[in-house]
Design a protein around this ligand. Structure first.
Ligand SMILES: [Zn+2]
Length: 249
């Protein structure tokens, strides 16, 4: 559902994108992150899980998969032009619980990075099956609330951290999108380059069974279609859509 009422935030100085798995940030907001990086924003990633279930191969070694997905995520951030850090919490893939200790970990990263804009999964998206995406969205929101209020996780403040309040929250894969970031051909190309850094995922989760060249061509045209159809909702060539929240932060 889309009823876009705002377009293009003023460029945020620091950005934190909070995701369940390696590659979620790039799939949902890669072009926007590339655009802001090019304009000078400092883009940081926080990846909550270790990605250890991201394969269809039951013989895969989970430890090797974790390491390769971390390396891929770092390469993807570079492909976006992100100059911030890539933080990994290393929680078990598929098993996010939304516990107090997980919220504390997210709040701590928010208090360290001090982002002006935070991006995360929309926890209210209907009919979503993957539990990590819903819980990662909840953790993002609860982490923001905890990070800004001094009575939450006070032990973090003893170490010199201070409460922090971002000014914008952008939820991606939004149940009801209300905001668009217009993006360009360059941003699309960086989004594709970043996604293609996730080689372990291209092999197993995209266009299974096609020959490699066909796979790449289909993948690239699918990415272009996603951005052009989002752009069509507001009459621009390409965009990524979000639910923007600014008034409760
Ligand atoms: Zn995911």
């Amino acid at each position: 559902m889309t009823a876009i009422s705002t377009k293009d935030l003023e460029r945020p100085e620091r950005v934190l994108v909070i995701v369940a798995h390696p590659d979620d940030a790039e799939f949902q907001a890669g072009a926007t992150l590339a655009k802001w990086s090019r304009l000078g924003s400092e883009v940081h990633h926080l990846v909550l899980t270790d990605g250890s279930k991201g394969t269809w191969d039951p013989e895969a070694d989970p430890e090797e998969l974790i390491e390769s997905r971390k390396a891929e995520q770092r390469a993807a951030a570079l492909a976006l032009g992100a100059t911030g850090e890539v933080h990994f919490l290393g929680l078990v893939d598929g098993e996010l619980t939304g516990s107090r200790s997980e919220i504390a970990l997210v709040a701590e990263v928010i208090r360290r990075v001090r982002p002006n804009a935070v991006l995360g999964h929309d926890p209210w998206r209907r009919y979503r099956l993957h539990p990590d995406h819903r819980r990662a969205g909840e953790l993002c929101i609860e982490g923001i609330v905890a990070a800004r209020d001094p009575m939450f996780f006070r032990e973090q403040l003893v170490d010199g951290l201070e409460p922090h309040r971002p000014s914008a929250l952008l939820l991606f894969e939004a149940d009801v999108a209300n905001h668009a970031e217009e993006v360009s051909e360059v941003d699309l190309q960086q989004r594709i380059a970043a996604l293609e850094a996730f080689q372990s995922q291209l092999e197993t989760t995209h266009f299974y069974g096609l020959d490699p060249e066909e796979k790449v061509a289909q993948f690239r045209s699918q990415q272009r279609d996603r951005l052009t159809s989002a752009g069509a909702t507001l009459g621009v060539p390409m965009a990524e859509l979000f639910h923007l929240i600014t008034d409760q932060l």
